[in-house]
Design a protein around this ligand. Structure first.
Ligand code: NAD
Ligand code: UPG
Length: 435
């Protein structure tokens, strides 16, 4: 059992903290947000993630194992041996990575660790461009603690591959565990934290240096985002020829070299990671005078998909002054996260056309209301469809894929499906984005 601290208690920080507690470690979550801290200490999850509420309740708050605690006080890291940094790494206006939150947290952590004589290992969990751990975070930790990395404290980089919506399952059953360390003792500490997970999941371990670990994360996300863009490009061609891209995808997936995952064409990739991370690595490449032509193209294809969805609708109905149902607001099913959701450009496109938007999502309405306070939100997809002149499917929630005769209540039954969520049926004018 290792005593861990996890700085940043968002999607990644809370998930890994609860999972590490479940694996037997004692874990302290540190966050600047008092509400998040109170929620965890009450034994509740601050975010919507399948299985997380149960884990937090089991390990934090009253009648729990007590292995998970939260605080706003950085001093709590002094009671631990290893600290994970799980802070946001947003993008600047030009797409490049904004490390300021990481740098501020590293500074505060370093200043706190100045009071500790014993060895401590700091592990960067956030997605950061190659060289960040070595050239930015480590020097800040050194100057704030007045200690030397490799002598008095260790630094590691351990990228995270969990997906939102399946975060707990993904974390506990990883395809790989990447341990990036620039000194042996840090690597040893990383093993002491990950051994229970490696034993339980049998995941292969990749031992490497911090720069390579950082790049593995970007390569992983860039590859997956590009795979979706490639199938979207092919899907758009299929649509022009009247061919079903899903039938084509099923066939090419039989080639082991291609594989079946991430071949669902449609309105494109959103979320807190693919858009931001592809932008950051493209900007980092340009900074080294390399033009990332493939990743530029993947981004361009992705940016076009919402417009193609709206154009298909325009072919059937002029929505000015008419009600349009937007079905699904989260960037994917299973999460309340709307960061870079494809619903955002879709809603903007509808607003530009003067439509009256009625939006439905099972869990993401409150988050989208902050972004678009003036559109109408409803509790059921049937209410959104009633009297609508068109319906646009943006997220393939079960509540949406299960829809059937609810479409009969539309004023003009034009359904444009960005996720292949709805079956073609009599009585509706159905357009699939790539089929
Ligand atoms: N969300 C994902 O699915 C996912 C998966 C893999 C990797 N990542 C990466 O992990 C990192 C974190 O992402 P996230 O989605 O968990 O972010 P998030 O925005 O959900 O959570 C970040 C948390 O950090 C807290 N915070 C901000 N500044 C702080 C400070 N100075 N001290 C302490 N806490 C502070 C915030 O209050 C928030 O709770 C990012 O680099 C992201 O790219 C995310
Ligand atoms: O065949 C597919 C698969 C996904 N998507 C879309 O792609 C986006 C991202 O989906 P997904 O990868 O499932 O969700 P994320 O939670 O963003 O996870 C990605 O980003 C995380 C943060 O870096 C990584 O940890 C994960 O490995 C990586 O899959 C969503 O908008 C999906 O709708 C498609 O359009 N077609």
């Amino acid at each position: 059992m290792t005593r861990l601290s996890v700085i940043g208690s968002g999607y990644v920080g809370t998930t890994i903290a609860a999972c590490f507690a479940d694996l037997g470690h004692g874990v302290i979550n540190v966050d600047i947000d008092q509400e998040i801290v109170d929620t965890i200490n009450d034994g509740s999850a601050p975010i919507h993630e399948d299985g997380l509420a149960e884990l937090v309740a089991e390990h934090a708050g009253p009648n729990s194992t007590g292995r998970l605690e939260a605080t706003t006080d950085y001093e709590a890291v002094l009671d631990t041996d290893v600290t994970f940094l799980c802070l946001p790494t947003p993008q600047n206006g030009d797409g490049s990575i904004d490390l300021s939150i990481m740098e501020a947290a590293a500074d505060q952590l370093g200043a706190t660790l100045a009071a500790k004589d014993a060895w401590h290992t700091v592990i960067v969990k956030s997605t950061v461009v190659p060289g960040s751990t070595e050239e930015d975070i480590t020097p800040i930790l050194e100057s704030a603690s007045d200690d030397t990395a490799g002598d008095e404290f260790g630094v590691g980089m351990n990228p995270e591959f969990l997906r939102e919506g399946t975060a707990v399952r993904d974390f506990l059953n990883p395809d790989k565990v990447v341990l990036g360390a620039d000194d042996d003792r840090a690597l040893e500490d990383m093993y002491s934290v990950f051994d229970p997970l490696i034993d339980q999941s049998d995941a292969p371990v990749v031992e490497t240096d911090t720069r390579t670990a950082e790049m593995i994360k970007y390569a992983n996300n860039s590859f997956l985002a590009s795979k979706i863009s490639l199938i979207n490009d092919i899907g758009n061609i299929c649509k022009e020829f009247g061919i079903d891209a899903y039938e084509v995808a099923d066939a090419i997936a039989l080639d082991d070299r291609i594989g079946e995952q991430f071949l669902r064409s449609g309105v494109g990739w959103g979320g807190s990671c693919f858009p931001k991370d592809t932008a950051a690595i493209r900007a980092a490449a340009r900074n080294k005078d390399y033009e990332p032509a493939m990743l530029d193209a993947a981004t361009e294809v992705n940016n076009r998909q919402p417009d193609r969805l709206l154009s298909l609708m325009d072919n059937h109905v002029d929505v000015a002054g008419k009600q349009v149902a937007v079905l699904g607001l989260a960037f994917k099913p299973g999460t309340d996260d709307i960061r870079n959701s494809r619903a955002i450009p879709v809603i903007e496109g509808l607003q530009a056309r003067g439509a009256e938007i009625v939006a439905y999502d099972p869990v993401a309405i409150e988050n989208m209301r902050e972004r678009f306070p003036d559109i109408e939100y409803v509790d059921t997809p049937a209410t959104a469809l009633s009297e609508a002149a068109a319906a646009l499917v943006v997220t393939d929630w079960e509540e949406i894929t299960a829809l059937d005769d609810e479409f009969d209540a539309m004023s003009t039954p034009v359904v444009v499906d960005g996720r292949r969520a709805i079956d073609r049926r009599d009585g509706i004018v159905y357009e699939g984005l790539t089929w």
